[in-house]
Design a protein around this ligand. Structure first.
Ligand code: PLP
Length: 642
């Protein structure tokens, strides 16, 4: 028996699906369902669309089956243009006297094709790059082409990092070294003197304004980054003494990622703008104000200041940043700076979709209740459970639940002591689940549910086994309980009748998804469709383009999934083409990360097969085949072959 909603939803429509899975709320105009129940993506937010299911089919033809990352390159392009355009609009509307000079922080998604697409889209806006480590700077400096765009260097810096940044200046690039630690100041002075270049320097400020949400610890007085106000004065003095007044031109802050509340952003901007004005009054040629990242993504579509949402739009963000800088500068009688933002998540999160195939289900009722054996006397515990199921005594749901719990415990106890056999234990479990199932159904239709019964739907939910690893592909869901929208890619014109949670294929009980986005609060189960034999059922996890790709790990040695990069194409019947594909890790790849070598393992296998052949335990031909299969598996993928 499965949780059934059939009685409540006689004629399910695609609009019901759009509503239930919330894609009009979290999708930013990029997702909809077509008449035949397929999820489509609208890369440019217009009527041009691609069926995601078609992408999965085409990728499979190229040998790239799910788990699969699909990157919608035109959607990424659109986000870059939107952000830049909204800042331009805000600057125009506010009659702001400076420019917007955004940068993309490459730590949020370093993949070359992603960075290239962003650079391409950002070209008309002189959109630049931000880096936070030596390797990221090495990428940024080499990939950077537009001399009118910025490179901003954050993060801890050693002498090599500083040297490389200064070398970039000599190549004509506008590179800023943002000081995170006071100790960087004397080193920048020393190295720039040695190289004979005038550095461009920014100060990162430790604001008293503290962020909100999951990633708030990047800010406030305990943050590990930035200069306190006495340190700013100290650093400024040192630059003056070294004759580098010219160099200090930028201030920077970053209050943490996914800031849910616009008030925090406004407060931080005002505080930082005050620092800007003070430094300018001290005689530094200040010209840039960098407000960092933090621009959110509305993962649950609730437009609230809940941590997986944001209570503002990108437009409001742009306006508030521009307006608040302007008003602080105006009050101080100081020319406004050019504005830099380092929005990462907001740029890249929406373009990427993780696709997984449901490959099995785990039910609480896998063993159907078996009629009790005629030979034996029925154990009173079983009889009581059956009476409870039949509700012979007309008890309330809560009473029935308490009784059922008690009897189930008794049954387990009797089984452990040897008074119940396996068949009887199965009978007890199944009857107990059937009772819970019934109470669960009743609870759905009643207005008031006692607290103890509230967890029943979650307990009774089906578990859909999905071919992927949470630790590789949704690491923040496990590590920070971040929510991502999940929805089927097809059958959205059918009523989803099964309440389910998702489990991955790692041997780790934490490898699961049992909290889902909802407009209000969190869902603990998601309604999905019945699985059909021989028909693959695909789920998409959306808005996964920020941070997940690079932070995923090798738990159980699954590793990177297959990946395709999709472009809109009017000349194609289905409206798209796959420009690039990247194969996921093979077994050979992942074992290499843990110091094994495929050749050596094969040789070790061969030795054992040879021994077994000599001992006549297997035939020589079988042995050869066994070895071939082993070698074949080494070349194959790590995930379930479906
Ligand atoms: C991580 C980071 C960003 C990006 O933040 P988002 O919230 O993803 O926009 C920007 N600036 C700095 C300094 C960062 O560390």
């Amino acid at each position: 028996m499965t949780a059934s909603h059939k009685d409540t939803t006689p004629s399910w429509t695609v609009a019901d699906s759009e509503n239930y899975y919330g894609l009009k709320r979290w999708g930013g105009g990029h997702f909809s369902v077509d008449d035949e129940g397929f999820m489509q993506v609208h890369p440019l937010c217009d009527q041009r669309s691609i069926r995601i299911h078609d992408i999965v089919k085409e990728a499979a033809q190229k040998g790239l089956k799910p788990p699969l990352t699909v990157r919608i390159q035109d959607l990424l392009h659109t986000r870059v243009i939107q952000l830049n355009q909204l800042f331009r609009d805000a600057i125009k509307d506010e009659k702001y006297d400076g420019r917007y000079r955004g940068v993309f922080p490459i730590k949020v998604n370093q993949l070359r094709e992603v960075v290239e697409e962003i650079q391409d889209a950002g070209k008309p806006f002189n959109y630049g790059l931000e880096c936070g480590s030596k390797p990221e700077l090495m990428i940024a400096i080499a990939m950077h082409k537009d001399p009118k765009s910025l490179i901003i260097c954050n993060g801890y810096k050693d002498d090599e990092f500083i040297r490389l940044a200064l070398q970039g200046l000599r190549l004509g690039k506008e590179i800023y070294l943002v000081v995170e630690q006071l100790s960087e100041v004397p080193r920048i002075i020393q190295i720039s003197k040695k190289l004979g270049v005038t550095p461009r320097i920014g100060f990162r400020i430790k604001l008293s304004t503290v962020g909100e949400g999951k990633w708030a610890s990047s800010s406030g007085e305990d943050a590990k980054f930035g200069l306190t106000s006495p340190e700013i004065i100290d650093g400024a003095r040192r630059l003056k003494r070294a004759g580098l007044v010219e160099s200090l031109r930028l201030i920077h802050f970053h209050i943490g990622s996914q800031v849910p509340n616009i008030q925090t952003i406004k407060k931080a901007t005002v505080e930082a703008a005050r620092f800007y004005c003070e430094l300018k009054k001290m005689g530094f040629p200040m010209e840039l104000m960098d407000v960092g990242g933090g621009l959110g993504i509305d993962y649950d579509g609730s437009r609230s200041n809940y941590e997986s949402s944001m209570n503002y739009t990108m437009r409001e963000y742009a306006r508030d940043v521009v307006y608040n800088i302007k008003s602080v500068c105006q009050d101080a009688g100081i020319d406004v700076p050019d504005i830099v933002t380092e929005s990462g998540r907001a740029i890249v999160a929406p373009h990427s979709i993780l696709i997984t195939e449901v490959c099995d289900r785990i039910s609480k009722t896998a063993v159907p209740p078996r009629p009790a054996s005629k030979r034996k006397k029925i154990n009173p515990v079983l009889r009581d459970l059956q009476a409870n199921l039949d509700n012979e005594h007309g008890s309330t749901p809560l009473e029935r639940y308490h009784d059922a719990l008690q009897k189930k415990e008794e049954a387990n106890h009797l089984f452990s002591l040897g008074y119940l056999d396996l068949a009887e234990r199965a009978q007890a479990d199944s009857t107990y689940w059937a009772i819970c199932q019934e109470l669960c159904e009743q609870a759905k239709h009643s207005r008031y549910t006692p607290e103890e019964l509230e967890s029943l739907p979650q307990m009774m939910a089906e578990q859909y086994v999905c071919n992927f690893s949470v630790f590789q592909s949704l690491i923040d869901h496990w590590a920070c309980k971040q929510l991502f929208p999940v929805a089927p890619l097809h059958r959205l014109n059918e009523s989803p009748d099964v309440d389910a949670t998702l489990v991955d294929i790692t041997c780790d009980s934490e490898g699961k998804v049992s909290s889902f986005t909802d407009v209000e609060d969190i869902r603990h189960t998601l309604r999905l469709h019945e699985l059909k034999p021989k028909e693959p059922y695909y789920l998409g996890v959306f808005l996964v383009g920020a941070y997940q790709d690079i932070m995923g790990d090798l738990h159980n040695l699954f590793g990177r999934v297959n990946e395709v990069h999709v472009f809109l194409e009017d000349d194609e019947e289905d409206g798209f083409y796959i420009e690039d594909s990247i194969k996921g890790f093979t077994v050979n790849d992942v074992i290499g990360f843990t110091q094994y070598d495929g050749h050596i393992l094969t040789r070790l296998m061969k030795k054992q097969i040879d021994r077994a052949t000599k001992a006549d335990e297997i035939k020589p031909r079988e042995g050869t085949r066994m070895l071939d299969e082993y070698a074949e598996l080494l070349r194959g993928h790590t995930y379930l072959a479906t």
